[in-house]
Design a protein around this ligand. Sequence first.
Ligand SMILES: C[S@@+](CC[C@H](N)C(=O)[O-])C[C@H]1O[C@@H](n2cnc3c(N)ncnc32)[C@H](O)[C@@H]1O
Length: 247
Amino acid sequence: MIRSIPTAATWMPTSASRIGLAEECGAGHVLDIGCGTGVFALLLAGRGVGVVGADPAAASIDVAKSKPGSEKVQWVCGDATVLPPLHADLATMTANVAQEIAEPEAWRANLRGAYEALRPGGQLAFETRNPARRAWVSWNREASHKVTEVPGVGTVESWVDLLDVTGALVSFRWNYVFAADGQVLASDSTLRFRERQEVERDLVAHGFVVEDVRDAPDRPGREFVFIASRPASTRRSPRAGRGRSRK
Ligand SMILES: C[S@@+](CC[C@H](N)C(=O)[O-])C[C@H]1O[C@@H](n2cnc3c(N)ncnc32)[C@H](O)[C@@H]1O
């Protein structure tokens, strides 16, 4: 039996604040980069927002496509470098997406792709954990073990083990044990913990204006939520503007 591992949005109580952010931005067209199994994309689409959900994990996109309402979302199997031409009001990266893009070149390509997908004046919003809080300290069985009843699946036991911490890169393994047949699934990930100044510098280097860096409302002090925008118009350099007549 093929089983999908629940993505972060399934157990992180942040959907309301994320929808609030989309509403605050007045977004009619949203690009959800790293949409996973489509939880946030489908919530937005159900509210009449035009949504493109993109994720390089084909299995996650397949799960997203199987959900009710999925026909309202345009699904793309790939990262932000393979998007069709878009004119999005808002691009989002919810949960671990920004941190999962750990390699510097992939991160730069992602920012370039997000910028190109936005209309002038459009916004990019994402969260990333504050490295100073050292979240990985509690990524162990003792602190994370739980037993969940999943409809149609049965009892699922889960916990996380920390595998490695090397500089800004933190590797860990989520373990799942299915009581129905004893199947054990393990999912390894590596996240990059970026400093606030590092993210701001990268955004500016890719043409964004950093509008705000705020707390996640339900996790104060633990994450940075970045709101950046693609400038509404690109200012001409004095040299480029020289010699042109005014209308
Ligand atoms: C923890 S899941 C979050 C899924 C969803 N955003 C949510 O809130 O539930 C992280 C997602 O990032 C995706 N991802 C990893 N590298 C990526 C990349 N370079 N570009 C876009 N998405 C990526 C993974 O495939 C995975 O679906």
